[in-house]
Structure formats: C-alpha cells, structure tokens
Write a protein that binds this ligand. Structure first.
Ligand code: NAD
Length: 382
C-alpha cells in the first residue's frame, strides 16, 4: 500500500501542540492506514515553546513566531492549531482562507459570535476540511456505546448524563493562567474549556436540547499570579446543565456537567445512558471497564461489567489484552482526521472528528446556559 503524506504545520506549541507531535511520532503504532502526518513547520509567539519541537521532531524545517509564515508556505497542507480561545476566530479564519485543512481546538471561538465568524469563512471554502479536536469518544468503551446508539440498542432512552471533571483547581494556591481569565478563556469559563467534550456525542446523534437550565458555580475567587500577588479568578469553575432533549422519536433529559473543581477527579470523562432495553456506563476513571445492563421484560436486571479489549476505531499493533489511555485516544482522533482528509466519506470507520456544526451546537447550549444563570430561568432553544 502506498502511503500519502500530509504535511502539517503546528500553531501553538504548548500542552496540546506537543501531544499532537507525540501522536504523529508514533504513527507506526497504527496498522497500515495509507496516510501519515509529517510535521514540517511550527509556530509559537513564544519561541522557547518551539525548542522542544526542534529537538524532538526531525522533519521541522520552518520555525516561526508569526503564523502567517506557515499559511504562506505552499509546502504545508494542513494545520493543527492549539492556541488560547481569544485567538481562535482570527487564526482559524486565516488558516481556512489560506486553503489549509484545519484541526482546531475547542471551543472553536471564544463565544458564539466568534464561532459564527469561523463557520462563515468555512462556508466560502468548501474544499478545506475543518474539524475540531475531541478525543474521548475514541476510548474503546465510549466507541462501543456509540455503536449501540447507532444500532438503536437502548430502546426508549430514559436519560443520558455526560460529564468531564477535573480537580487540580481545588488547590487555591495553583497559579492563575489564561484558562481562568475571561479575556483569554471566555465568559463560558469551564464550559468553553471542557464543554465540547461533553456535547460531542449528544450532538453527533442529534440530541439537541429544546431547553437548558444551568447552575454555574465559582469556587475559587482569587489565585496568585506569577509574582505571588492575588488576582481575581474570573471564570466559572463548575457547570451543571439540565437539558430537555426532543428528537423526532425520543424525548429525554440530558444532564451535562463540566467541573474544574471535582475533588478526586484528574481527567474524568464519562457517559451514562439508561434505556428501556439497554443501559450502559463508561468512564475514563476506569478506562478498561464498560458496564451494561440489557433488559427484556420479566428478566433479571443485572449489570455486567467487562474489561473492554483494546478494540480501537483504527487497528493498532497493541495486543487486545492491553489498556487504552489518553494518548491513544489522541492518536485515534488524528487517524480519523487524516483518514477523512485522504478518503472523505469512504473513511475506514464511521466516527469522524467533531464538526464545526457540532461546535456551533455547543456554543448555542453554553450561551443559553449563561443566560439561564443570569436570569435563574430555563432558556428555550426552540
Ligand atoms: N483536546 C483536549 O483534550 C485539550 C486539552 C487542553 C487544551 N485544549 C485546547 O487547546 C488549546 C490550547 O490549549 P493548551 O492547553 O495547549 O494551551 P497552552 O497554554 O499550553 O499552549 C498554547 C500555546 O499557544 C501559544 N500562543 C499564544 N498566542 C499565540 C499566537 N498568536 N501565535 C502562535 N502561538 C501562540 C502560547 O505561547 C502557548 O505556547 C485551547 O483551545 C484549549 O482549549 C484541548
């Protein structure tokens, strides 16, 4: 099989920029996919952040502080962009206008207006593939649940919960960073930071809320800055959204929770679906375990808990008995992006990366949540 190479530029060489580079570096982990990313250029306004790439990524031939240099380079096919939220609208729109395929980071615009700006530019460039990063649905347990949704295996859905919980912000001495300031992270706070991860699967299956009632909470009001002075910590720490989903054939409550202050949780993403014929639960806290309860009338109700094998969307060299982790989910997401770029709708498996339309759905929900918090009312979306 011949392998098509996709030449990538990385804009934003922080935490997530390095994750992508690491995933690209172990592409041999995937069984033959026929497509492979190669990072050829990196950009960060802070040149120090690019040094790691120069040391660890052999193919890098362009290092810049100005992302426009990457956009002007005809030898770059696609961009991974992982920068603070206030820069998404400008950078993503410029990347798409330059004709570069884009995997951008969430929330895909600091607010609903910025998100609309990006989507408007995208509509003028239909040949450019634009997707948003969201890796948790690629955990084998989450992937299995999606297969069950597609098959209609749950019967009538009783209710759904999706959450993403962190706890490092429980420490009031953790220094402030851009993710805790409205100017750089956005008014959504934890919803902008964590929210697309919880909306991705519901949006993919058309579970759009007809109404939202939000309870938002600030837990830590001040944090030390780099010099140790206490400064306001402006963003919402925790959000619980009670949503009323109405589809053509199903009505059910959807509970979305995004928490920066959830004691005991490091990076816990979970989904729970209860249905009349099947219930299922998966959490990254126990990444091997999938719990499910099939039900037929008159039969016992017994949860089954299985160790899901390493059955990933894209086959790998890893033996089925081994465990799947965060960096595996990032590799799988990248495989989906590159597969879709190379093969369009004939991609090897059905789960493509989050779409701009799905990010727009998340902005609609989070904007309604802010209004609900302000007014204390349920906000109707239809
Ligand atoms: N998918 C995930 O699981 C996940 C996890 C964490 C963060 N994110 C998202 O990734 C994005 C970046 O977050 P991060 O944690 O990597 O942040 P980070 O602070 O670690 O890195 C951001 C980088 O962008 C650089 N930067 C700032 N302005 C720039 C500019 N004008 N041009 C080029 N570079 C610039 C900064 O110097 C920094 O190195 C955000 O959108 C965030 O929400 C996603």
């Amino acid at each position: 099989m011949t392998t098509r190479e996709i030449r990538f530029g990385v804009i934003g060489c922080g935490l997530m920029g390095r994750e992508f580079a690491s995933a690209a570096a172990r592409w041999c982990h995937l069984k033959e996919l026929g497509v492979q990313p190669r990072i050829v250029a990196v950009c960060d306004e802070n040149l120090e952040a690019t040094e790691w790439f120069v040391r660890h990524v052999p193919g890098v031939r362009l290092v810049s502080q100005d992302y426009r240099e990457l956009l002007a380079d005809p030898e770059i096919d696609a961009i991974y962009c992982a920068v603070p939220h206030h820069l998404h609208a400008q950078l993503y729109a410029d990347i798409i206008r330059a004709g570069k395929h884009l995997l951008g980071e969430k929330p895909f615009g600091i607010d609903a207006d910025s998100n609309r700006e990006i989507l408007a530019v995208m509509e003028q460039h239909p040949d450019v593939l634009v997707r948003c990063s969201s890796e948790f649905p690629f955990f084998p347990g989450a992937y299995r649940i999606q297969q069950w949704i597609r098959e209609g295996a749950f019967g009538q859905i009783i209710d759904v919960e999706v959450g993403f919980w962190h706890s490092s912000d429980l420490d009031p001495h953790k220094p402030i960073n851009w993710k805790r300031r409205i100017a750089t992270n956005g008014e959504y706070g934890c919803m902008g930071d964590l929210g697309l991860h919880v909306v991705h699967i519901p949006a993919r299956f058309g579970w759009m809320p007809a109404s939202v009632r939000a309870l938002l909470k600030k837990v830590v009001h001040e944090r030390p800055d780099r010099d140790g002075h206490m400064v306001p910590c402006e963003t919402w720490d925790n959000a619980i959204l009670a949503c009323d989903v109405r589809t053509d054939d199903q009505d059910f409550p959807l509970l979305l929770s995004m928490k920066r202050v959830a004691p005991g949780h490091a990076n816990t993403w979970f989904i729970r679906i209860r249905g009349t014929e099947l219930s299922a639960e998966f959490s990254t806290k126990n990444p091997k375990q999938l719990a499910y309860l099939p039900y037929t009338s008159g039969q016992e109700q017994a949860w089954r808990v299985i160790d899901v094998p390493y059955a990933s969307a894209y086959p790998t060299i890893t033996g089925a008995i081994f465990e799947f982790g965060f960096s595996d989910s990032v590799l799988q997401m990248w495989a989906a992006f590159c597969d879709e770029l190379a093969n369009g709708s004939s991609m090897a498996q059905p789960f493509y990366c989050a779409t701009p339309a799905e990010t727009a759905a998340s902005h609609t929900i989070f904007t309604a949540a802010l209004e609900s918090q302000r007014t204390g009312q349920t906000v109707l979306l239809r």
